[in-house]
Design a protein around this ligand. Structure first.
Ligand code: ZN
Length: 263
C-alpha cells in the first residue's frame, strides 16, 4: 500500500515538473515583438494608452514608441526607458507612466555585422540593412552602435485635448542635429503586410551614449559602426481596453499620413 502511495506521489511530481518546464519554456521565448495599440490609432490622435512602463518592461527592454499625450519620442535600451521631449533632452521614464503606442522585445542578436561602406543618407542605410536580411517576411529588431558622423532626429511636443491627428501634431516638431556623436540606434523592421498595425519597413529611434539626447531618426551619415539584428518571428499585440481607441474609426488606410508623419 505504502509503495503504491509513493508511486502516486512520484507520478504527480513528474507531471508537475513537466508542466512547469513547459510553462517556463513559453516564458523563455524572447523572440517576440510586443506592441501596444496600432500605428493607425496613433495617426488618428489616440495619444493615451492604458499600459504602464512597469507592464511594458515585462515584454522587453529594447524598443521605441511614445508616452501618453504624445509627450516625446520614447527609446528603450538595456532595460531602461527614455523620453526625448520636444526640447531635445532625454528624460528617464517613470514606471508609472503610460504609453499609447510602443514596440518592444528582448534584444538577442542573431546576426552581427560591421558596416563596411560609408552611408550618407537614411535610404542608403535601410537598403544596406535589407541586404543583410534572410527574408522580408518576418520582424527584426535592429541595434546600431558606434560614433555617427551625422544624425538628424525629431521630437514632437506634448499634445492637449482634443488631440489633433499625428500629421497635425508633427507640424510643430523640433529637429535636432548631431555631429560625430556616440550613441545607439534602436529600431525595427516590420513586413509590408503590417500596414495599419505598425510601420511597414524601418522605424528607428536614436539615443546618445550619455543618454541625454536623441529622438526619432530622420537622417544619418556613418561608417564603421556595428549592426546587430534580432530575427523575430513571434508577434504579440495588446489593444487598449477602453477609451478613445474604442471610438476611433480605423477602417481607412492611412499610408500617406504615415509617410508624412514618420519621414
Ligand atoms: Zn518614431
Amino acid at each position: 500500500m505504502k509503495t503504491i502511495r509513493y508511486l502516486l506521489v512520484a507520478i504527480l511530481l513528474a507531471i508537475a515538473a513537466i508542466c512547469l518546464s513547459g510553462c517556463s519554456h513559453v516564458q523563455e521565448n524572447n523572440d517576440v515583438l510586443f506592441q501596444t495599440s496600432t500605428i493607425n490609432a496613433l495617426l488618428e490622435g489616440v495619444y493615451d494608452g492604458d499600459i504602464s512602463f512597469q507592464e511594458l518592461k515585462q515584454h522587453g527592454g529594447f524598443g521605441l514608441g511614445t508616452v501618453n499625450a504624445l509627450d516625446g519620442e520614447m527609446v528603450g535600451l538595456e532595460g531602461k526607458f527614455y523620453q526625448v521631449k520636444a526640447d531635445g533632452i532625454a528624460y528617464p521614464v517613470d514606471d508609472s507612466m503610460k504609453t499609447p503606442f510602443a514596440v518592444v522585445t528582448f534584444f538577442e542578436p542573431d546576426k552581427s555585422a560591421l558596416l563596411d561602406e560609408s552611408i550618407n543618407k537614411y535610404e542608403q542605410l535601410t537598403g544596406y540593412l535589407d541586404n543583410l536580411l534572410p527574408t522580408k517576411n518576418i520582424f527584426y529588431a535592429i541595434k546600431i552602435e558606434g560614433v555617427f558622423e551625422y544624425i538628424k532626429t525629431r521630437s514632437v511636443p506634448k499634445q492637449n485635448k482634443p488631440y489633433p491627428p499625428l500629421v497635425e501634431a508633427v507640424k510643430n516638431q523640433s529637429t535636432f542635429e548631431f555631429h560625430n556623436v556616440e550613441g545607439t540606434m534602436v529600431g525595427f523592421r516590420c513586413p509590408a503586410y503590417v500596414e495599419g498595425v505598425n510601420v511597414p519597413g524601418y522605424h528607428i529611434h536614436f539615443i546618445t551614449k550619455d543618454r541625454k539626447a536623441g529622438g526619432h531618426l530622420l537622417g544619418c551619415q556613418m561608417q564603421n559602426v556595428t549592426i546587430e539584428i534580432d530575427y523575430t518571428s513571434d508577434f504579440y499585440m495588446v489593444l487598449p481596453k477602453s477609451g478613445e481607441f474604442y471610438r476611433v474609426d480605423l477602417t481607412n488606410g492611412k499610408q500617406k499620413d504615415l509617410e508624412k508623419a514618420e519621414r
